[in-house]
Design a protein around this ligand. Sequence first.
Ligand SMILES: C[S@@+](CC[C@H](N)C(=O)[O-])C[C@H]1O[C@@H](n2cnc3c(N)ncnc32)[C@H](O)[C@@H]1O
Length: 536
Amino acid sequence: MSPTIRAIVMTLDFVYVRRRVETGTRLPTAVAGGLLDPGAGERLACLRQIFDAVGYTGPAARAALGAELGPSYRRADLPLYLERLTAATPLNTLIKVFGLFLWVDEAELRAAVAPLEPDELVALGVVERSGHRVRAAVGLSARSDVLLAHDRYDTEAPDPSRDHVLGVNTAAVTLESLTVRRRVRSALDLGCGGGIQALFAARHSEHVIAVDKNPRALDFTRFNAQLNGLRNVEGRQGDLFEPVAGLRFDLIVCNPPYVISPESRYTFRDSGRRGDALCEDVVRRAPAHLEEGGFATILCNWTLRAGEEWSAPLRRWVEGSGCDAWLLRGATQDPLTYAAVWNRGPDGAAYADALARWQRYFREIGVAAVGMGGVILRRRTAAQNWVRADDLPGNPAEPCGEQIQHIFRVEDYLRGLGDDARLLDRAFSVAEGQRLRQTLAPRGTEYVVEEAEVELRGGLAFRGTVDAYGFHLLRQCDGRRPLREVVTELARLGGVDVDALAATVIGVVRRLIAFGFLLPVDPKLGRTTEGREEET
Ligand SMILES: C[S@@+](CC[C@H](N)C(=O)[O-])C[C@H]1O[C@@H](n2cnc3c(N)ncnc32)[C@H](O)[C@@H]1O
């Protein structure tokens, strides 16, 4: 065994995927107006039941299409999807109409939506007719069992309108995954778009306020609340926090138009020639709208000067906020790569022109790189707040709320511990749901552990490597013996000085706790406390 334990290094393989741009026509007034029609509620409930019954909101749709229904409108793959959808089933018809926006015969739609009539879907504003053919007036995307109406991807007018309302998109899924889900009284979805975050929050919040400056977004949000049988979502139109002045929330979620560019082309995308000022504004103002103990998750892009450490701007934004802050980076991109991600398209000349324009803008405002990720805040006034910065271990796509709360608890625990001697007196157990993979190397007549990789399963799948000492340490943390005993045993086995080993081990153990591999155990209770005993 080597006499040192290498610091655990968390790997970074997060790719911040460009938000897929869906295009569409204007929201048919019938959609907004339909909600005022007393019969519309019943028809919507029936429509929802039909979509659930055929499997549009479940895994069946993904299986039929071979891709996610939400963000995967890859037009180039249309022939492939059509091959997959040849069987005449109601599910395939609904995917063709509301997922791929194809014209179909009215008779085909009638068979798929019975007992509703195509006329009723036209009245609801979700379908439009031309002769005997019909097509979707809006897109319908599913994320778990949430069904979301949004603007359509329009092959005839591929450039989205300025006030386009997004469907399920990669960033929305990231935010939804990074949201703390606890039963709370109040939640705010800032920049709600079609309301995807508000709808998820409405399941565990008494009341949700959804804010957007685009009135069409609020029409969609109200429509979607009804489509999903939710009565506790209130839409308010206006700029950022203005419509909720003076109000505080237990939860704030925000997927702002964070793209840093010389453009003001899309309300849903562009920060509007203000560098990263819009994201900074949201992060700086959110704490004043958080209840004590409340969480906010805000997706951000931020500008970096040459040589600037990636978290430096975010640290400035959260300084003195009265919140603990977990800063998360998905990726850092140079200006050219960033410009390419947001401008890539079939028109080569327009693409080249955009690359030049965007780079010129970045040079003008002195940007050397762009950071992408998010900020999670927890309000804790009258306390010594902490700030922690980590790389995201991939693009989160499943609920991480429990894990986020755990990370906040153990960070409190570690900061509250004070000196390292107290850590050596504590016992730890290994968290379930992690995997330890070892590499063995021959040494004489036996194989010895050369290196081991630890990895969390599910949620934020942090991983890192530990050497032979780290491997044995993890195996011996049984929740009963204090760390000091474990280290003494390891030193004896390795023939190294116990104090020297302890000094190295402490740093690794702190990181293993901080990322959720090791759990503090209450010596009296004999079970994990996740750091709760240190909270008071
Ligand atoms: C990236 S989209 C997010 C939509 C949705 N929340 C999601 O997660 O997919 C950003 C939204 O912010 C809205 N928005 C842009 N600027 C705003 C502002 N100054 N105040 C309020 N909303 C704004 C846009 O209209 C758009 O709906």
